[in-house]
Design a protein around this ligand. Structure first.
Ligand SMILES: *Cc1c(COP(=O)(O)O)cnc(C)c1O
Length: 396
């Protein structure tokens, strides 16, 4: 099977050659005096992607899940209450992690396909007169359903009741692909990872932490050692690391930031919107429905698409892989068998997206889906063409 085909899973994403090469570095001594020159600029530049000047960037050798654990264990104590809405597999898994850490998790269950319910958060916070809720946890981009939530609206809901809870946001599948405003949204901890928008190998959890969360850290009682913010910040302050750093990923991260800034963050976001729109046009042309309930919730990094009644989305994704060597996202949790996902984040162009649409169309046609072969590709082609003005015929 060709390994030249892009993946259309919403992470890990395709690694551009420039980043694969940037990660190809020989071992270096992280205790040597020049390590500070490698690492400090990476931490500093990452702030721009989070949209912060006041936050502190902290990384750990871990996947995104480790970032969740670091956020919780550094700032909370056993029995602390957290407020969280469940509307997909990733919000569900964060809830599970909190419960296993002995937190008192107040859950608002929402239909999968909806987003963070700012109005319900407002009610719950207003009812919490004793301020027992210590943190509100929100998944910015629910990768299982292709739903992006409005974090500014959640912040407004918190401010409306003048509630002092911290705001923790999972931006693993949105950061560096869709706009993120750590300072403006009043986020206290944002959690991301290296293998999605940053287009790198898996293995670096990337967090941004507010001064308020650092204050909470001083009295937080949950145990942490490997994920201790203080150890990491103390070591980072002199350019070091409390244990062996993932050197290759740090080099990769430096180059990834360069790529993002060269393209321009606004252009990166615009590209993701365009790619997502192409996928959405194709979905409509097939006569299929997105899991996301309304356009304001559409994610620009992943589309979850319901298969028609009587079809099994797992058979579709299996067939696309077996017949054509292309991976699409399977339906997770409640969506298992009901929806497949097209990941469109990271290192991806119009042309690559067209190849993914053409492939899933073939797979659907092979399995007798009621779609017209070429219809989705054509719809995306028309949309992509319209975005590129034809060269002028004459300069008159
Ligand atoms: C990928 C992802 C994670 C982290 O998963 P890991 O496999 O631990 O990196 C967390 N939240 C969301 C929304 C994700 O998409």
């Amino acid at each position: 099977m060709s390994n030249q085909n892009p993946v259309f899973i919403p992470g890990p994403t395709n690694i551009p050659d420039r980043l694969r090469l940037a990660m190809q570095v020989q071992t270096q001594d992280h205790r040597a005096p020049d390590f500070v020159e490698t690492f400090a600029p990476v931490l500093e530049d990452t702030k721009r992607v989070f949209g912060t000047t006041s936050g502190q960037v902290i990384t750990f050798p871990a996947s995104g899940t480790g970032g969740w654990e670091a956020a919780v264990t550094n700032t909370l104590s056993p029995g602390d209450r957290v407020l969280v809405a469940r509307y997909g597999m990733f919000s569900h898994r964060w809830i599970d992690l909190c419960q296993r850490h002995g937190l008192d998790v107040q859950i608002i269950d929402c239909p999968w396909g909806s987003g963070a319910p700012a109005d319900k958060f407002a009610e719950a916070l207003a009812a919490d007169k004793a301020h027992e809720i210590k943190a509100v946890l929100v998944t910015h981009n629910e990768t299982a359903t292709g739903v992006r939530s409005d974090i500014a609206a959640v912040r407004q809901a918190m401010d409306a009741s003048a509630h002092p809870a911290m705001l923790f946001v999972d931006c693993v599948s949105s950061l560096a692909s869709m706009p993120f405003e750590f300072d403006d949204w009043g986020v206290d901890i944002a959690v991301s990872g290296s293998q999605k928008g940053f287009m790198l190998a898996t293995g670096m959890a990337i967090l941004c932490v507010s001064p308020k969360a650092l204050t909470a850290m001083e009295s937080a009682q949950l145990p942490r050692t490997f994920f201790d913010f203080r150890d990491m910040m103390n070591a980072n302050a002199s350019g070091g690391f409390p244990y062996t750093p993932p050197l290759q990923l740090i080099y990769g991260m430096g180059e990834s930031l360069k790529m993002l800034f060269e393209e321009g963050l606004d252009n990166v976001y615009a590209r993701h919107f365009r790619l997502a729109e192409g996928v959405r046009k194709a979905t409509a042309a097939w006569g299929l429905e997105l899991v996301a309930q309304s356009p304001d919730l559409y994610s620009d990094t992943v589309s979850a698409i319901y298969v028609p009644e009587g079809f099994d989305s797992n058979a579709l994704t299996d067939h696309a892989f077996n017949a054509y060597g292309v991976s699409f996202g399977i339906g997770l949790g409640e969506m298992n068998g009901k929806a497949f996902r097209i990941g469109h984040l990271g290192s991806l162009t119009d042309v690559m997206v067209l190849s993914g649409l053409a492939t899933i169309e073939m797979a659907m046609a092979d399995l007798d889906y009621p779609i017209e072969l070429g219809s989705g590709v054509a719809a995306a082609q028309e949309y992509f063409r319209a975005g590129h003005a034809a060269p002028m015929q004459s300069a008159a």
